[in-house]
Design a protein around this ligand. Structure first.
Ligand code: NAD
Length: 336
């Protein structure tokens, strides 16, 4: 029986990169029926809201979604639909793997970092307002409950993957209450997993940024409050080939939404310029989540083969292929 999955095509380059994932999954022969639910900028113009209720209903019903990037106006306009989706569906864990891919000429090889970003609290809680005309404040929210569940998921998931080293990232030297609580709860949860890992430690976020640039191979699993996780995951993406290759997943109790880390890159929209790899890798992780492990492995093999050939790499990776050519190369490696 076909598995129904919600597909949010997204804004900007979104329809091209999610279209690529749809094609590749079709070529794999996995029996997925896509329920298209549009959200974002174009829907805003048509329906007056960028996140119509039917999008949330579709995800709640199907429990699994693949999403393209959605535009958020900077400074003014509607609030982030991405943040709203995570909050509405209580997708409290944002998992962002950074894995070295074959064939790319980059300063580091063998990077394999799994970053867990708390997804609902911190400065992204949206408690922000003007104080008079010339000042503004944003409230950073960290709760014991919110921290405990992201830390527990990080330890459980990392243990199941056989990982050895978990690092909590914070700035508790300055934000003694908020980041102090995040750090404290991390170590409380860690007590249940001491025997499962070789190392459980901490880094202050600024030092962490430098360490990741200089010695990324020393790190395995990172657990971060929302804002640091957002920034450091882009840094990790930069270490492995850029935003075009960085996949992500937003996971809650029983709902999972898979999406690339990158945004809608409007300047590339409709130009066959976007690298679909981040979305393909997100879709591959979705296949694992759905239990299609064999198909996911085949997909990774076909991606690796397409990357090894410089001609079929996209422009951001030094090649000359467009979105469509890269997609075709992956498909021909699946079927060829
Ligand atoms: P962006 O990720 O869209 O683009 C940053 C740069 O990265 C682009 O100029 C481009 O050079 C490169 N890039 C990104 N994805 C690429 C791809 N697949 N292939 C090739 N190059 C790629 O970030 P931005 O410019 O800061 O944001 C644009 C819009 O996207 C904003 O409205 C922002 O709010 C939104 N956004 C959405 C999400 C999401 O939906 N999860 C995430 C980040 C940003």
């Amino acid at each position: 029986m076909a598995r129904t999955v919600t597909l949010i095509p997204g804004d900007g380059i979104g329809p091209e990169v999610t279209g690529s994932a749809k094609e590749v999954i079709g070529a794999l022969g996995v029996d997925i029926e896509w329920e298209i639910a549009e959200a974002g900028e174009t829907v805003m113009e048509r329906e007056g809201t960028p996140l119509p209720e039917y999008v949330l209903e579709s995800i709640r019903r199907n429990k699994v979604a693949l999403k393209g990037p959605l535009t958020t106006p900077v400074g003014t306009g509607f609030r982030s639909v991405n943040v709203a989706l995570r909050k509405e569906l209580d997708l409290y864990a944002n998992i962002r793997p950074a894995l070295s891919l074959p064939g790319l000429d980059l300063p580091y090889r063998d990077i394999d970092i799994l970053l867990f970003r708390e997804n609902t609290e911190d400065l992204y809680a949206g408690v922000e307002h003007m104080v008079g005309k010339h000042a503004a404040e944003s409230i950073k929210i960290i709760t014991r409950e919110g921290t405990e569940r992201i830390c527990r998921m990080a330890f459980e998931y990392s243990r199941d993957q056989g990982r050895r080293h978990v690092t909590v990232v914070h700035k508790a030297n300055i934000m003694k209450y908020t980041d102090g609580l995040f750090r404290e709860v991390f170590y409380e949860v860690a007590r249940d997993y001491e025997d499962d890992f070789e190392e459980i430690d901490e880094r202050i976020v600024d030092n962490m940024a430098m360490q990741l640039v200089m010695k990324p191979n020393l790190y395995d699993v990172l657990v971060c409050p929302n804002l640091y996780g957002d920034i450091l995951s882009d840094l990790c993406a930069g270490l492995t080939g850029g935003l075009g290759v960085a996949p992500g997943a937003n996971i809650g109790e029983d709902i999972a939404l898979f999406e690339p880390v990158h945004g809608s890159a409007p300047k590339y929209a409709g130009q066959n310029r976007a690298n679909p790899l981040a979305t393909l890798l997100s879709a591959k992780n979705m296949l694992y989540y759905l239990g299609y492990g064999e198909a996911a492995d085949r997909m990774q093999g076909a991606i690796n083969a397409a990357l090894k050939n410089p001609e079929t790499r996209t422009k951001d990776l030094g090649g000359s292929a467009g979105t469509r050519e890269f997609t075709r190369a992956v498909i021909s490696n699946l079927t060829g």
